[in-house]
Structures are given as structure tokens and as C-alpha cells.
Design a protein around this ligand. Structure first.
Ligand code: AHR
Length: 504
């Protein structure tokens, strides 16, 4: 047994299938906010910019993450956005007061540019419509502009703007966080449910092939959760394919053990949304099972104070630029595990966000680019977590924290990639002081051996990465091994781990 270790046990079996993983669970989000677009993905004066003004260094790093879908253009911003401001010749585009974040939007990037950029990073666009200050007409016109082949006002206008072929955007969000008081055009559940249902109905008449996401609560702590889901689904159940969930966590009280237990809340949030959807399914005698789109999730709290200093109506100021610590990376790894655990119902998830704004990727305007701490668990889970999610049976020691009881020290998800004959285990050891030795019965994976054990660990939970100093980066010196058909996982104290096995 590893020195000073506590022990856990796990059983992994090919037959314990949760679901095929929809790769869109590794989606992300770009909002027209802060330096996500301007100074992030788009910077025409940057040395790496292409002829469209997109930074090639950003494109390359985004491609590393293999993000299959990206939500756009917001977020809070979409609730007062006029999409028509962002099309046509750039020199004619209106500058607008952007009310959600108190800045000026230049509209130099809009629907077409973003569709181009998404293609360049091998992603689909997940488009959100404005159901705050606008409604059915703006939504159906946008859809006609993006998806209708030609011969109508909006589709011809797209062609006139240089886009002969439609963008064929498949997935559409019916507004954003419409339960939130901070939203322009906040709605009651009844008001939103009716508007979303009627808008979705009209959109499907324009293009029956689209998928629609109905707004769920903007967090598990909302006072209207889960009544919001129950009431809105009364109206949207038939038209929508997904209901959204949003959740951010933080560690403002500097309590690592409690912070790392936040996924117990996330797990509960997902279960409650599923239960509410299934209640509605029974009530409506529906054959359809509602899917979940966890289309905003991450850590967000570091930049809250700093953001109070933003100069009103400035253009693309730094906003929501959280500098992530090592412990944030551990939580992000656990949040990914939680999504995988529910991959039978969570079919889309978007890490919020992608570049500069609460992001795994940071840039200097006019300068370099770097990976934040949270980049790493996302990278490995996205690249290697494809295939079938398996349900591990876990017996782990537990702890209690300020807000949670019975928090397992071991947090794990398991993916079997049949094509590659690979078994991949993503594990977090939440123990603050001790190594966790996990004895893993891999009964149905005879002949499998460890290919690599990647570890993210650090003596300093507050360690961060900057352009010049990457303090938090993974190493491949994990000590797990197969012994007599059993896998022994050695997980250092407070660490994120990926143990990858392949058939010999
Ligand atoms: O991602 C940042 C913000 O968080 C989004 O604009 C909003 O939808 C959520 O409140």
C-alpha cells in the first residue's frame, strides 16, 4: 500500500453502461462580452490574424480542446441583441449600448463571422435567440437568414452578404436565463413558457430540422427552481428537445474541502431537473423524453470585485477574467465527471466560456496566449472521454464539509472506447492530505494494461498559470499498475488523474 494512503475500492464492468456519450457534452460558449470576441478570437491587428481578422494562435488552441459545438452570441447579452446589427458591410454596422454588461458593442463580429470562425475550429454553432426584448419575428427572420437556401428576403440578403450557402445551424436556444432579474426582459415562468412555445413553433415552420432548447433555471440556487421548470415545460414540452441548466461555483470563503464538494449540488440539480421533466412526460402522456443541455457551467467568482471597476460604455474591456487556480481545475474535472455520470440525459454541455471570459484559454491583446489551469482536465476529458460512459461501483471513504455530508474522497467517471479498445478512468482525489489507493476490479477488461497515468497535482492549491509561468501542468508519472488482473490506482492527495488502459 502507498505510504500514508487511505483506501477505496471500485468495480468497473463493460456491462454497467450509462450511455453512449454525445460528443456535444464537450461543447463551449463564446459570448459577445469582454475580450472573448474582440481581443480574443478576433483581433485584426494581431500578428497571427488571418484575412478575416481571426487570431490563428487562438484557433489552434481551441482546436486542441476538440470542442464540437459552441453557444453564441450570449448569454445575458442576447436578451437585448438585435442580430441585424451584426450583418452586412462592417463599416455600416451600428455601435450600440450593450445593456447587459454596460459596454459598447461595435458589431464588427456577427452571425456570419462567427459561423466562419466556428467552422475554422471544427465546431457547430449553437445559436441563442433574443426572447428578452424581442420575440417571434426576430427569431424566425434570423433562422430564415441562416438556414433558408434562397429566394426570400432574408436568405437573399445572406447571399448578398457573401454567403451563398446557408449555415444550417441545427441547435437553437430559446432565449437565455429568462428567470433572472438581471436579464433584459425577465419573464415569469408562464410568460416565458408561452413565448418560447410560440417562438419555437414558428421556427420549426421555417426549418423543421432544427433542435430547440427551452430555458431552465439559471442556477440551482434560484428561488423559483424547480417550479420554473415545471411551469415552463407545461408549455414547451412538446416543442423543445432539451431543457437548459446553468451553474457556476466559487470558493469565496476559501474552504477547499467544501468547494470541491460542490458537485454534490450539481448532481442534485441534474437529478431534480430530470425528475421534473419526467413528471411532465407522464402528465402529458408524452412519448418523448426531454434531454438536458447543461449549456453554461464553470467556476466563476475570482473576477467579481474587479468587474465593478469597468469603465461604463467602454469597448471590449477585460470582464469576467477569472485567473484560475489549481483547486479550480480539480473542481472542473469533477464537474466533467458529473456530466459524464448523467450522459444518458445530458446530451449537450457548454463550458462557459472559451476565450478570456471565465475561460480555459487566455490571450494578451496584441500578445501571447496561454492555458489556464482548467484547460487541462477539459482537454483530457474531451480528447479521451469519447465512447461509452460506464457506471463504476465505488466504495470510498467520505468526509463532511460546511455545506455537504458524506462527500466521497474519490470522484470518478469511466469511459470505454470500444473502437480504440481503451478504458479511460478520470479520478479526483479530494483528500487534502493523503494519497488514495484505489483497488479496481476490472473484471471484464482482461488483458488491459496501463498506457498512461496523467496527473494534475500541486503543493499550492492557489497556484495559477500566466503567460510566462505555467505553474499548473500535468505530468505523466502516475504510479498506477495492473496486478494479477486488478488495477491499482495511486491518486496523490488533492489531484486530478486520467488512467488510460488498452488491451495488450
Ligand atoms: O457566462 C457569463 C454569464 O453567466 C452569461 O452571460 C449568463 O447567461 C450567465 O449568467
Amino acid at each position: 500500500m502507498a505510504k500514508e494512503a487511505v483506501k477505496a475500492k471500485m468495480v468497473i464492468d463493460k456491462e454497467f453502461v450509462i450511455s453512449e456519450i454525445d460528443s456535444r457534452i464537450y461543447g463551449s460558449f463564446i459570448e459577445q462580452l469582454g475580450r472573448a470576441v474582440y481581443g480574443g478570437i478576433y483581433e485584426p491587428d494581431h500578428p497571427t490574424a488571418d484575412e478575416s481578422g481571426f487570431r490563428q494562435d487562438v484557433i489552434e488552441l481551441v482546436k486542441e480542446l476538440q470542442v464540437p459545438i459552441i453557444r453564441y452570441p450570449g448569454g445575458n447579452m442576447v436578451s437585448a441583441y438585435n442580430w441585424e446589427d451584426g450583418i452586412g458591410p462592417k463599416e455600416n454596422r451600428a455601435r450600440r449600448l450593450e445593456l447587459a454588461w454596460g459596454v459598447t458593442e461595435t458589431n464588427q463580429v456577427g452571425t456570419n463571422e462567427f459561423a466562419d470562425w466556428a467552422k475554422a475550429v471544427n465546431s457547430d454553432v449553437m445559436m441563442a435567440i433574443n426572447l428578452g426584448s424581442r420575440g417571434i419575428d426576430a427569431a424566425r427572420n434570423l433562422l430564415e437568414y441562416t438556414n433558408h437556401p434562397s429566394g426570400t428576403y432574408w436568405s437573399n440578403l445572406r447571399k448578398q452578404h457573401g454567403y451563398e450557402q446557408p449555415h444550417n445551424i441545427k441547435t437553437w436556444c430559446l432565449g437565455n436565463e429568462m428567470d433572472g432579474f438581471w436579464q433584459i426582459g425577465q419573464k415569469t415562468a408562464y410568460e416565458y413558457g408561452r413565448l418560447a412555445a410560440e417562438t419555437g413553433k414558428a421556427m420549426r415552420l421555417v426549418d423543421p430540422s432544427i433542435e430547440l432548447v427551452s430555458c431552465g433555471s439559471s442556477g440551482s440556487g434560484m428561488p423559483t427552481f424547480p417550479e420554473w421548470e415545471a411551469t415552463t415545460l407545461e408549455h414547451t414540452y412538446d416543442v423543445a428537445d432539451y431543457i437548459s441548466l446553468h451553474q457556476y461555483y466559487g470558493n469565496p470563503n476559501n474552504d477547499t474541502a467544501n468547494y470541491l464538494a460542490s458537485t454534490l449540488d450539481m448532481d442534485n440539480f441534474i437529478k431534480t431537473v430530470i425528475a421534473t421533466c419526467d413528471y411532465m412526460k407522464s402528465k402529458k402522456r408524452s412519448k418523448k423524453t426531454m434531454k438536458l443541455s447543461f449549456d453554461e457551467w464553470n467556476v466563476w467568482f475570482h473576477s467579481n470585485e474587479q468587474d465593478k471597476q469597468v469603465e461604463p460604455w467602454s469597448i471590449a474591456p477585460p470582464q469576467l477574467e477569472d485567473v484560475y487556480t489549481f483547486e479550480d481545475a480539480l473542481l472542473v474535472g469533477s464537474m466533467l465527471n458529473t456530466l459524464l455520470k448523467h450522459s444518458d440525459r445530458v446530451k449537450i454541455a457548454c463550458m462557459a466560456q472559451l476565450v478570456n471570459v471565465i475561460a480555459p484559454i487566455m490571450t494578451e491583446t496584441g500578445g501571447g496566449i496561454w492555458r489556464q489551469t482548467i484547460f487541462y482536465p477539459f482537454y483530457y476529458t474531451s480528447v479521451y472521454g469519447r465512447g461509452t460512459a460506464l457506471k463504476p461501483i465505488i466504495n470510498s471513504p467520505k468526509y463532511d464539509s460546511e455545506d455537504f455530508t458524506d462527500v466521497p474522497h474519490l470522484h470518478t467517471s469511466v469511459v470505454y472506447n470500444e473502437e480504440k479498445k481503451e478504458l479511460v478512468i478520470f479520478s479526483i482525489n479530494r483528500h487534502l492530505e493523503k494519497t488514495l489507493q484505489v483497488d479496481i476490479d476490472i473484471r471484464s477488461f482482461e488483458g488491459f494494461d496501463v498506457v498512461e497515468h496523467v496527473v494534475l497535482e500541486n503543493e499550492n492549491v492557489k497556484a495559477t498559470n500566466t503567460l510566462d509561468d505555467e505553474q499548473v501542468r500535468p505530468h505523466g508519472k502516475g504510479e498506477s499498475y495492473v496486478d494479477d488482473g486488478n488495477l491499482v490506482g495511486i491518486l496523490p492527495k488533492l489531484s486530478w488523474n486520467m488512467i488510460r488502459l488498452r488491451k495488450r
